[in-house]
Design a protein around this ligand. Structure first.
Ligand SMILES: [Zn+2]
Length: 141
């Protein structure tokens, strides 16, 4: 591999790392929608809070993937376990961003595929939660 090809490959890898971070950040916001939409909580207002202790989360608690890993999946304030699903959704966002830009290039088609992936992720997670909720309610009867 010559120097030019290596440089182009290196630049492409750095661009994909940036796309991964952007995808993870956007899907991090989709976590907010997945949690708040079925509970009729406005998702454009208010800070994110720990679902156990209610402590308001700061920016350093909400860095996609990295916060969850550095806190070993626990709340910084109360130590309660934070579900891995939030991080899984963020990783999915990063993977989708990289996958679609590698497949389609940095084009509108990649953006459309990414948006469709996001909508599908939100719908599937909300449906999954609804099904789990209703089966829990059934088992309590
Ligand atoms: Zn907490």
């Amino acid at each position: 591999m010559d120097w030019l090809s290596f440089s182009i490959l290196l630049a492409r890898i750095m661009i994909e790392i940036v796309f991964f971070a952007i995808g993870a950040s956007i899907f991090s916001f989709l976590n907010v929608i997945i949690y708040r939409l079925p509970r009729h909580i406005q998702f454009t207002l208010g800070h994110s809070k720990c679902t156990t202790c209610g402590h308001e989360l700061t920016m350093r608690d909400m860095i996609p993937i990295l916060s969850w890993v550095s806190l070993r999946g626990k709340c910084r304030y109360c130590g309660a376990r934070v579900s891995a699903r939030y991080t899984i959704v963020e990783v999915l966002g990063g993977i989708f961003a990289v996958l679609w830009t590698v497949l389609f290039g940095i084009k509108w088609m990649a953006l459309l595929a990414f948006l469709a992936s996001g909508v599908l992720t939100v719908v599937l997670y909300i449906l999954y939660d609804k099904m789990r909720e209703s089966s829990l309610r059934q088992s309590r009867k």
